[in-house]
Design a protein around this ligand. Structure first.
Ligand code: EPZ
Length: 427
């Protein structure tokens, strides 16, 4: 298993191109199942999860082509064409679903277009139980017959799915995406209340509209979909990854650096930019993206994760790393997942002072961290260790970096181009 070795202490300076959003690319790839037309997606990030989703599409019968690697500093990602004219398999198998929970996003499209789907239950995950009961309840309201047996979801609908009035008990990103994709081909009108408002959900909705779907309320918590008979192919550019951008902003801030993040719009950073400003870090718009630099010292701030437009749970670990060397204390409360503090013991090995009390962590800033051997446990915890290591004295070795490769494209390349002393050790 690869490791990453970082010698901390260098202030990051330079330019980082932000890749397309993983959490937009994955539902967009699943949306190819909704039409026999060709779907062309550009600005696709080359990530392990994208390769897994591509493998899942191919085993359903989708024909798929990805162009070669673009020039290393271009922020154009890769272009993927998908064609689901000949779908011959309606099963999403355990071996793929267990490596990537987002595989459940084939459920809505397969039911909507083919009236059947057999999808492995995703099973547990490091950060929480992450059930999909709300996805299934909504599909049943649309007329699907759902049976759980031998670890699989067996879903079937006689004829077409029917539009319904659906209110999600809790905001669910992939739940909203699954039901949105089910509703666009359903008979009649579907109203989704308490829908997720993440930019990635809106990006999917915009692509579906280009495919011919009738969706009102995009970007709000109430989506109204009038189902149609058939969707056509289209071309769509994946939005930039706001979580990747926030992660590199934290890296610049903790090292006292000054970087430009290209290809990202400050507006989709939402409250992250406001929180960084409270902590003494300016994120200001430029012609090609945003500039990140620290005014003076870092200040401890309180954070509570919330659905968009609140502070994203996917930025919680990165913010915690930043707060470990801020002046004063900060309280970080995780309201979305029940076990998303696994980065805490690893950061503590580097000298951080953190106390966890159920869903809240109290961080008391220290003067500096010291490098150590640490373990990545999940995608965002991994990058929080990279952020801490960039500012820590001496050397940090991060184990199990396959977690990182799921969500960060060319991380070492992007950071070393800004002066970081970072290398991957192939073990
Ligand atoms: C999406 O996961 C993202 N993944 C996650 O990003 C992100 O952390 C999460 O949304 C929250 O923003 C993708 O988009 C591929 P949820 P998702 O359904 O959809 C509960 C990353 O780092 N819930 O919004 O699986 C659930 O347990 C990943 O890129 C139910 O109870 O998350 C959680 O507590 C990690 N029943 C809360 O809702 C359901 O049926 C939010 O989960 C569905 C969800």
């Amino acid at each position: 298993m690869d490791k990453i070795r970082i010698r901390g202490g260098k202030a990051l300076k330079g330019i980082i191109s932000i890749s397309g959003a993983k959490n937009a690319a994955l539902p967009l790839m699943a949306a190819s199942l909704l039409t026999e037309g060709k779907l062309t997606l550009s600005n696709i990030p080359y990530l392990a999860d994208v390769v897994t989703m591509a493998n899942l599409m191919v085993q359903h019968g989708v024909t798929l082509h990805m162009d070669e690697k673009p020039a290393s500093h271009s922020s154009n990602g890769r272009t993927l064409t998908l064609n689901a004219r000949n779908i011959n398999n309606f099963t999403a198998p355990y071996n793929l679903v267990r490596t990537m929970r987002a595989s459940v996003l084939v459920l809505g499209p397969l039911l909507a277009r083919f009236g059947q789907a057999k999808v492995s239950l995703p099973g547990g995950c490091a950060i929480g139980t992450r059930p999909i009961d709300l996805h299934l309840k909504a599909l049943e309201q649309m007329g699907a017959l759902i049976e759980l047996s031998d670890g699989y979801i067996h879903a079937y609908v006689k004829g077409r799915l029917r539009g319904a009035e659906i209110t999600f008990d809790t905001v669910t990103v992939t739940g909203t995406e699954n039901i949105l994709m089910a509703a666009v081909l359903a008979e009649g009108e579907t109203t989704l209340r308490n829908a997720a408002r993440e930019p990635e959900v809106s990006d999917l909705a915009h692509c579906l509209v280009k495919m011919g779907a009738d969706i009102q309320g995009i970007g709000s918590d109430t989506l109204v979909v009038r189902g149609i008979e058939q969707l056509k192919g289209t071309e769509h550019r994946v939005i930039a990854d706001r979580i990747e951008a926030g992660s590199y902003a934290a890296a610049a801030a903790i090292t006292g650096g000054d970087i430009e993040l290209r290809g990202i719009d400050v507006h989709i950073l939402g409250t992250v930019a406001e929180k960084f400003s409270e902590a003494g870090v300016d994120i200001t718009p430029t012609a090609e993206g945003v500039r990140v630099n620290r005014r003076n010292g870092l200040l401890g701030v309180d954070v509570m994760t919330q659905p968009f437009p609140g502070f994203p749970t996917d930025m919680q670990a990165q913010m915690m790393a930043l707060m470990t060397v801020a002046k004063g204390a900060s309280m970080i409360t995780e309201t979305i997942f029940e076990n998303r503090f696994m980065h805490v013991p690893e950061l503590s090995r580097m000298g951080a002072r953190i106390n966890v009390h159920s869903a809240s962590a109290m961080i008391r800033g220290v003067k500096s961290l010291t490098g150590a051997e640490v373990m990545a446990t999940d995608l965002r915890a991994s990058v929080s260790l990279v952020i801490a290591a960039l500012a820590a004295k001496n050397i940090t070795v991060i184990n199990r970096v396959y977690h990182l490769d799921r969500g960060y494209e060319r991380l070492e390349e992007k950071l070393s181009a800004c002066g970081a002393d970072i290398e991957r050790i192939h073990a």
